[in-house]
Design a protein around this ligand. Structure first.
Ligand code: GDD
Ligand code: MG
Length: 360
């Protein structure tokens, strides 16, 4: 049996001062909680048993995913009292693993949307006999990630988490947040205290001569750690650029969920999703955005690359570009909201209150 640990906890997730999504793994991307895509992709790759490692609000996951049988999975939940870090979370979740000491165990960061060939990662692990195999991807600016230089055979030479100086930027290959561990390697991680797999476990394994193997794969890859990335990821799922068996409908320019209402002359494109019970009025134009369930978009509103929270309302003729509108917030008519703005849940912005252009 192939099994996996999915990391969905941590300080960042709890403290991230946001708005429409707490906790983020349950925010809908292309119509279903984001986590569904990762679970479905793992299942499609032959994973049968998943341990969800969380450090906060575990009770939001279990009522939705239950024992996993609806997805053909067996899911268990492990909650840390205090966040144990990535390595500590993996160690803590290992108590639920069923694998033998030499078996491969998959580990996934819970905020990654990717087309990774999971079977190929496991096959690389088996054929190289590595202790840990890492999915690597190339990015133009690697500073926010773990840098992973490799030799000509793909063997990992170093692991440099979030390098602080230009000299440390030795490669554009980064840790893409999916690993295969030999089970017995997980058992060497210290238990009962916070451990960072990136800052502690990987460097120590390398120093002790362990074999860490990298598999560079240039498929679709996105860390959904910012609202802008989350919106992009949702749109790419709808468009079919990010492959997931869990998209509830055919991929295309738009996805309109059952019970949503969209006026005939409203224009939806660029991977826009309109959630259950949402309403899009006549003349609205929405591009590359996620309209969460029950939201109302009034006539003539223009929304681009934005996340509109559950039961939020966007007023007539308002123009929103790159925004995050919290659940239940009301944006009155004739506002202009631009990139980076986050409107807190249930806030009311009066008519014509925020503008960048003149009134004329
Ligand atoms: N259970 C649990 N407990 N999960 C945790 C904890 C914890 O204490 N800390 C972090 N996680 C989970 C997060 O929920 C997320 O799914 C994943 O581990 C990675 O944590 P992030 O906080 O998102 O890390 P990052 O994005 O800055 O960096 C990581 O991902 C990059 C790729 O996106 C690192 O693994 C980098 O090396 C990597 O390049
Ligand atoms: Mg992340």
């Amino acid at each position: 049996m192939t099994e996996a640990i999915l990391l969905v906890g941590g300080k960042g997730t709890r403290l991230r001062p946001l708005t429409v999504y707490t906790p983020k793994p349950m925010v809908r991307a292309a119509g279903v909680p984001f986590l569904t895509h990762q679970l479905a992709r793992a299942r499609a790759a032959g994973v049968e048993h998943i341990v969800l490692a969380t450090s906060y609000l575990a009770e939001v996951f279990e009522p939705y995913f239950g024992d996993g049988s609806a997805m053909g999975l067996s899911i268990e939940y492990v909650t840390e009292e205090e966040p144990l870090g990535t390595g500590g979370a993996i160690r803590n979740a290992a108590s639920r693993l069923r694998s033998g000491p030499d078996d491969p165990v998959l580990v996934f960061n819970g905020d990654i949307l990717t087309g990774l060939d999971i079977r190929a990662l496991v096959a690389t692990h088996a054929s190289t006999g590595a202790d840990v195999t890492l999915h690597l991807t190339k990015v133009s600016d690697p500073r926010a990630y773990g840098l992973v230089p490799t030799d000509g055979t793909g063997r990992v030479l170093a692991f440099l988490e979030k390098p602080g100086t230009p000299e440390e930027i030795v490669t554009d290959q980064i840790n893409a947040g999916a690993y295969v561990f030999r089970r017995s390697v997980i058992d060497t991680v210290p238990a009962g205290r916070p451990v960072s797999v990136e800052r502690e476990t990987f460097p120590e394994l390398l120093a002790s001569g362990a074999h860490l193997q990298g598999m560079v794969d240039s498929t679709y890859w996105l860390d959904l750690g910012t609202p802008a990335a989350f919106v992009r990821g949702s749109a790419d799922l709808v468009l079919g650029r990010a492959p997931s068996p869990a998209v509830p409908g055919r991929c295309g320019d738009r996805l309109i969920l059952p019970t949503a209402t969209v006026a005939g002359d409203a224009k939806l494109a660029g991977g826009t999703v309109v959630g259950e019970g949402a309403f899009v009025a006549e003349g609205a134009r929405i591009f590359g955005s996620a309209i969460l369930p029950g939201a109302v978009i009034e006539p003539g509103a223009v929304i681009t690359d934005s996340l509109i929270g559950t039961e939020a309302r966007v007023g007539t003729r308002s123009v929103l570009t790159g925004t995050v509108i919290g659940d239940g917030a009301v944006i009155g008519p004739d506002n202009e909201l631009r990139t980076g703005i986050r409107i807190w849940p249930h806030t009311h912005i009066p008519a014509s209150a925020v503008r960048f252009s003149s009134d004329q």
